[in-house]
Design a protein around this ligand. Structure first.
Ligand SMILES: Nc1ncnc2c1ncn2[C@@H]1O[C@H](COP(=O)(O)OP(=O)(O)OP(=O)(O)O)[C@@H](O)[C@H]1O
Ligand SMILES: [Mg+2]
Length: 299
């Protein structure tokens, strides 16, 4: 069993810790940290920590791309990245220690040429063919067609989980992935429906898992279940959705029943909130919550 995670818009995530963020003034940065990021990398980190075989692919370029490769290697995460000419983006998070608040600066991502996209497609077809489950996550870099995810879904018979938003989500869902995982706001924006069940059915895909932060998760479509974390976990909710996708990928690969899959996704994503960095989770809290969370069938 191997999960292939695809991150077309990889990023080097740089984090600056400051005592107090004051716009317009000079700050001293304690312990600048950087590591490979992008939603598919977060999913892969979580799966790797769970001991599940995983391979990361995506587009990477320039010295930032090489930093990403080196960081994945140091983390022991297998990567097969396709090189592009332009420089991979960075994201900058400034953590305000006193307020416990994060301010994010996200670069848009490098332009990708048609030839580079075609080279990626060829590599992807091979990698996806060898995988048990494919995970497609995050935004599309400039130059890629809006239906890039639909193309990737149609190019393989391996079951696909899609986590995207906007038109990439709408067009991708229409290509028939096995699971999509929007949060409630993304689902409403992509479908124009405020009722999640109506929106999920309109979006299509085998199963639509709608996440609602501390309100938990509901699956509509091939099965209808809901699960809620036993309490509101305080911490960094960025990347909680990626942990949920990691659990759904593991559950799909193992063929576990939906109630187990959903309960596992809720417990793991809540445990991810307790860990400061996206892609990490609190293993002790995960074990505790996993024993507590039960999925219930929808009425
Ligand atoms: N404060 C919280 N307490 C407990 N569980 C949480 C909390 N926030 C999120 N979760 C868990 O994480 C899941 C995913 O969270 P959310 O709906 O915020 O995803 P998302 O917006 O896709 O996140 P991401 O930033 O990773 O894309 C939720 O369904 C829930 O199970
Ligand atoms: Mg998300």
């Amino acid at each position: 069993m191997t999960v292939l995670t695809v991150t077309l818009n990889l990023a080097l995530d740089v984090t600056y810790g400051v005592r107090r963020l004051r716009p317009g003034s000079m700050h001293r940065v304690a312990q600048p940290a950087q590591r490979a990021g992008g939603k598919g990398v977060n999913v892969a980190r979580v799966l790797h920590a769970l001991g599940e075989p995983v391979i990361v692919t995506g587009l990477s370029g320039g010295s930032t791309g090489r930093d990403i490769d080196a960081d994945l290697e140091a983390a022991g995460i297998a990567a097969d990245l396709v090189e592009i000419a332009a420089e991979t983006r960075r994201t900058l998070t400034v953590m305000d220690g006193e307020a416990g608040e994060a301010t994010l600066f996200n670069e848009p991502g490098p332009p990708v040429s048609e030839a580079e996209w075609n080279a990626f497609l060829a590599r992807y077809e091979t990698l996806a063919g060898e995988a048990t489950v494919v995970v497609l996550s995050g935004s599309l870099p400039r130059g890629l067609p809006e239906d890039a995810y639909a193309t990737l879904i149609r190019a393989t018979t391996t079951p696909v989980i899609l986590d995207a938003d906007g038109r990439a989500l709408r067009l991708g869902a229409a290509a028939g992935p096995r699971i999509v995982k929007p949060n409630a706001a993304e689902l409403a924006a992509a479908t124009g429906e405020s009722d999640p069940r109506t929106g999920a059915l309109k979006l299509g895909a085998g199963a639509v898992v709608v996440s609602r932060g501390s309100g938990g998760m509901t699956v509509y479509g091939e099965s209808d279940w809901s699960a809620v974390p036993p309490r509101d976990v305080r911490g960094n909710a960025t990347g909680a959705g990626d942990a949920a996708v990691a659990a759904l990928a593991r559950g799909l690969a193992a063929g576990s029943p939906w109630p187990d899959r959903l309960a596992d996704a809720v417990a793991l994503s809540a445990a991810a909130v307790a860990a400061p960095l996206a892609g990490d989770f609190d293993a002790g809290l995960y074990a505790t919550l996993r024993a507590q969370v039960r999925a219930v069938p929808l009425p």
